[in-house]
Design a protein around this ligand. Structure first.
Ligand SMILES: Cc1cc2nc3c(=O)[nH]c(=O)nc-3n(C[C@H](O)[C@H](O)[C@H](O)COP(=O)(O)OP(=O)(O)OC[C@H]3O[C@@H](n4cnc5c(N)ncnc54)[C@H](O)[C@@H]3O)c2cc1C
Length: 444
C-alpha cells in the first residue's frame, strides 16, 4: 500500500540529487533534507560556509512535504504555558524567535513564487474561553496584542477565538525549490552512524568539522536522551473542493480538534490526531466533519504525517549534547516547524559561524525538563517495552502496533514506523525491521 500524496507533492516536483558515492570532506554536514536541514544549509551557504546535506530518501519526503504550512508565531496556547514554566522572559524570547522567522520568510518570499499570503492566525475553543483569556493575558504581558472574537467564519460553533494578525501561509515545496540553487545535496544517502564528526553511509564516509542533526527525530540515543524527552503525534489532512475556503488560519486549542486553512480554491481540513501507535480519529473523523458541514464538498487529496512533541512545548535547537561539542540539533517542533525551522536555521547559523548566540536559551536542548510530563513519557515507553509481542521496534525494542488505517507497523514509544514488509518509514529507528512478516495480521 503506497502512502497517499499530499497536495504539495501533487503540485510540485522537486529536482532530484545524486547519492553519495565515495568519501567527502566538508566544514558542516547537515543530516536530513526536510525544511529544517535545507534552511540551515541555505543560511550557512549565504554566510559563506561550506556545507553538505545528506538525505536518507528524497528532500522533503518526510514531514515537510505533508505539512499544512501555516507560518505563524501563534502556536496554540504556548505563551501561557511557557510563562508559567520559564517566566515572561522565556515566553518573550519564544515570541521574538518566531516573529523573526516570519520576518525572514516575508523578506525571502518577496522574490519567490510560492503563494505567500498574509493571513490572520486564530486559536479557537469550543468550550473553554478562560484558557484563551489566559493566553491573551500572557501575550499582552510580552507586548503582543491579539484580538478577541466571540464567533468566527467557521461553521463549527466556537465559544471564543483569539486572533493574531499579520501571519502567513504558503506552498512549502515551491518555497523549498527556490532556496535550493547553490546547495550541495546528496539524496538516498542514509547516515547509519556518526563517530565524532565522521558520518558513515553505504556510499561513503563524510568527514566534517561540525555535524547538524535535522533528521526530525534524532537517531543517536547515546547522547542527548531525546528518546526520553520526546514522542511523536500523528495528524491527518483532507483537501476539499466545493467549500468556501477560510480567510483566516485556524487551530483548536485542545490539541485534538480541527485545523483549517485555504490553498487557492481548496480548504485544508486537519485533525484526527493521536500519539503515533495509538488510536485516533484519523481521516474518518475529518470525513464525518466534511459531510456534516459541507455535504456538497469533494475530497481531492488526503494525507497524514507526524511531528515530534516536546514535554514543555518548546523545540530543542542548539548543542546536541554537552558531551559532543561539534554536534548540533533542530527537533521537537510540536507541529509548528515552519517558523521553528527558520528560527533554527538563524540560531544554528549564529552558533556555527560566530561560535555563540545571545538568544535562543528557551530552545536549549539541555534545559530542565518538566518532571510530570517526563515521568509520563517514560512510563509510556516502559509500557511499550514490557508489552509482550514478537514484533519489536529495532530502535529500543518496544512492541510494534499494526496500523490498519495506513497498513504500517507503528511504535507507540517513540514513533518509528515501518511498511507491512518492514521497510523503515519514520525515525528514530535507523534500519528496516528484519523480523517483519510478508503480510499484515489476518483480518486487518
Ligand atoms: C499534520 C501536520 C501539519 C502541520 N502543519 C504545520 C503548520 O501549518 N505550520 C507549521 O509551522 N508546522 C506544521 N507542522 C509541522 C512541520 O511540518 C514540521 O515540524 C516540519 O516540517 C519538520 O521538518 P523537519 O525538517 O524537522 O523534518 P522532515 O521534513 O521530516 O525532515 C527530516 C529528514 O531527515 C531525513 N533523515 C532521517 N534520518 C536520517 C538519516 N539517518 N540519514 C539521512 N537522512 C535522514 C528524513 O528522511 C527526512 O527527509 C505540521 C505537522 C503535522 C504533522
Amino acid at each position: 500500500m503506497t502512502a497517499p500524496k499530499s497536495l504539495w507533492h501533487m503540485e510540485t516536483d522537486l529536482p532530484r540529487f545524486p547519492s553519495l558515492e565515495g568519501d567527502r570532506n566538508t566544514d558542516v554536514l547537515i543530516i536530513g533534507g526536510g525544511l529544517a536541514g535545507l534552511l540551515c544549509a541555505f543560511q550557512l551557504h549565504r554566510a559563506g560556509v561550506d556545507c553538505l546535506v545528506v538525505e536518507a530518501t528524497q528532500i522533503c519526503g518526510g514531514v515537510t512535504g505533508n505539512t499544512t504550512a501555516k507560518i505563524t508565531a501563534q502556536h496554540g496556547l504556548i505563551y501561557h504555558k511557557l510563562t508559567q514554566w520559564m517566566g515572561e522572559e522565556g515566553a518573550a524570547e519564544y515570541l521574538k524567535a518566531n516573529q523573526r522567522a516570519l520576518t525572514e520568510y516575508r523578506a525571502l518570499c518577496g522574490n519567490i513564487d510560492c503563494s505567500f499570503e498574509e493571513r490572520s492566525a486564530y486559536v479557537y475553543t469550543l468550550d473553554a474561553p478562560q484558557k484563551l483569556r489566559k493566553e491573551q493575558q500572557a501575550l499582552e504581558a510580552i507586548s503582543c496584542p491579539t484580538i478577541w472574537h466571540q464567533s468566527t467564519e467557521l461553521p463549527v460553533p466556537v465559544a471564543a477565538a483569539l486572533e493574531m494578525p499579520n501571519q502567513a501561509q504558503f506552498r512549502p515545496l515551491e518555497f523549498v525549490r527556490a532556496i535550493l540553487p547553490g546547495l550541495s545535496i546528496r539524496e538516498n544517502t542514509l547516515v547509519r552512524r556518526v563517530d565524532d564528526t565522521v558520518a558513515y553511509t553505504d556510499g561513503g564516509v563524510v568527514r566534517a568539522k561540525k555535524v547538524v542533526f535535522c533528521t526530525h527525530f534524532p537517531f543517536i540515543d547515546r547522547r542527548g536522551c531525546y528518546f526520553m524527552k520526546m514522542y511523536q503525534d500523528r495528524s491527518y489532512v483532507l483537501a476539499l473542493e466545493g467549500v468556501r475556503p477560510t480567510e483566516g488560519m485556524y487551530i483548536d486549542e485542545s490539541g485534538h480538534g480541527l485545523s483549517f486553512r485555504s490553498a487557492g480554491d481548496l480548504l485544508l481540513l486537519g485533525g484526527g490526531s493521536h500519539r503515533t501507535g495509538k488510536q485516533g480519529g484519523g481521516w474518518e473523523e475529518l470525513r464525518r466533519t466534511a459531510r456534516r458541514y459541507w455535504p456538497q464538498s469533494r475530497e481531492v487529496a488526503h494525507w497524514a504525517t507526524q511531528d515530534c512533541m516536546t514535554l514543555d512545548g518548546a523545540p530543542y535547537i542548539g548543542a546536541y549534547s554537552p558531551a559532543e561539542p561539534n554536534w548540533y540539533v533542530a527537533t521537537g517542533f510540536n507541529k509548528w516547524g515552519m517558523t521553528s525551522s527558520m528560527a533554527a536555521s538563524l540560531l544554528l547559523r549564529d552558533l556555527l559561524v560566530k561560535g555563540t548566540a545571545d538568544w535562543g536559551h528557551v530552545f536549549d536542548p539541555a534545559r530542565a525538563m518538566k518532571p510530570l510530563p517526563l515521568a509520563a513519557n517514560i512510563v509510556s515507553s516502559t509500557v511499550g517495552l514490557l508489552t509482550p509481542s514478537l514484533r519489536r521496534c529495532p530502535h529500543l525494542g518496544c512492541a510494534l502496533k499494526w496500523n490498519p488505517r495506513e497498513h504500517t507497523w507503528d511504535c507507540p514509544c517513540h514513533g518509528s514506523r515501518f511498511t507491512a514488509e518492514g521497510r523503515l518509514l519514520n525515525s528514530p529507528a535507523a534500519k528496516d525491521w528484519k523480523g517483519a512478516p510478508a503480510r499484515p495480521p489476518r483480518g486487518k
